[in-house]
Design a protein around this ligand. Structure first.
Ligand SMILES: O=C(O)CCC(=O)C(=O)O
Ligand SMILES: [Fe+2]
Length: 275
């Protein structure tokens, strides 16, 4: 597990690919280098071995009750005429703490509770770390701060956060992150210029994703035409393209309306199929 954590934010790409493959092809994997101290693992083995070697009467002090999960007994006693697996079990619920029932914690052997608790705390840490990596390979780390949209402006000037990346732009089928360049201004073509140029310059769909650890602050300035102006493709662009594209035709709108009503409505791919 230590090699997957080389890069604290992103994880190690090669290891993440292996994790993805293991989950998809097998659904099982073994974790080594997980950071659980060997004394903790030894303590777990010793404490539980000693518990199961105790006389039955001692173990039954913490026996499972019918229809209840925690305690000592056969796994999952749900009815009297049930066929049991040949297994002795001690089930404890530990996290979150409201599930802990002191009555089913054995007092024998001595030190049992401390040893088991040390292992349960370590395994919680491992589980949380693994869930983090699984969320990366499942693409669940993408929490949208701003949903996909195109800007209804003529042009937008964006001062991104210098330190926290988040802006992503649609390119072909994917999302391309815009790496912050300190003090640079990000400029994008908005819907108005897309319409004026009859799609020669496109208003590209974009979104902003959140960062797990840091807040992000960006400043967008929308450059818009006067609100009485009606926007339509410039004549020479209609000539060069032969006709107004379907999309443009349906979107010759008054910009003021567009700004207020269509702000978050993405138009879909450009009909000429180009990027
Ligand atoms: O937060 C960002 O970087 C993007 C902002 C944006 O796209 C917008 O306000 O229209
Ligand atoms: Fe935007």
């Amino acid at each position: 597990m230590s090699s997957i954590t080389e890069d604290a934010d992103e994880g190690n790409k090669e290891e993440l690919t292996k994790l993805d493959l293991a989950c998809e092809k097998w659904g099982f994997f073994q974790v080594v280098n997980h950071g659980v101290p060997s004394e903790v693992l030894q303590g777990l083995k010793d404490a539980s071995a000693e518990f199961f070697e105790l006389p039955l009467g001692e173990k039954n002090k913490v026996s499972m009750r019918p229809n209840d999960i925690p305690g000592y007994g056969h796994a999952y006693v749900v009815s009297e005429d049930q066929i049991f697996d040949w297994t002795d079990t001690l089930i404890m619920l530990y996290h979150p703490s409201r599930f802990r029932n002191p009555k089913i914690w054995p007092t024998e052997p001595r030190g049992f509770k401390e040893s088991i608790e040390a292992y349960l705390n370590e395994s919680k840490r491992v589980a949380e770390e693994l869930l983090g990596y699984l969320s990366l390979v499942l693409g669940m780390d993408t929490v949208l701060g701003l949903s996909p949209h195109s800007d209804t402006s003529a042009m937008t000037i964006l001062k991104q956060d210098d330190n926290v990346a988040g802006l992503q732009i649609r390119h072909q089928e994917g999302w391309v992150p815009v790496k912050p360049i300190p003090n640079a201004l990000v400029v994008n073509i908005g819907d108005v210029i897309d319409i004026l140029s009859n799609g020669k310059y496109k208003s590209i769909e974009h979104r902003a994703v959140t960062n797990k650890t840091n807040a992000r602050l960006s400043h967008a300035v929308f450059v818009v035409p006067h609100d009485e102006v009606e926007i339509e493709p410039l004549g020479h662009f209609i000539e060069s393209h032969g006709s107004i594209s379907h999309l443009r035709e349906s979107q010759i709108w008054r910009v003021c309306v567009a700004l207020h009503e269509n702000e978050n409505e993405w138009k879909g791919p450009h009909p000429d199929g180009k990027d």
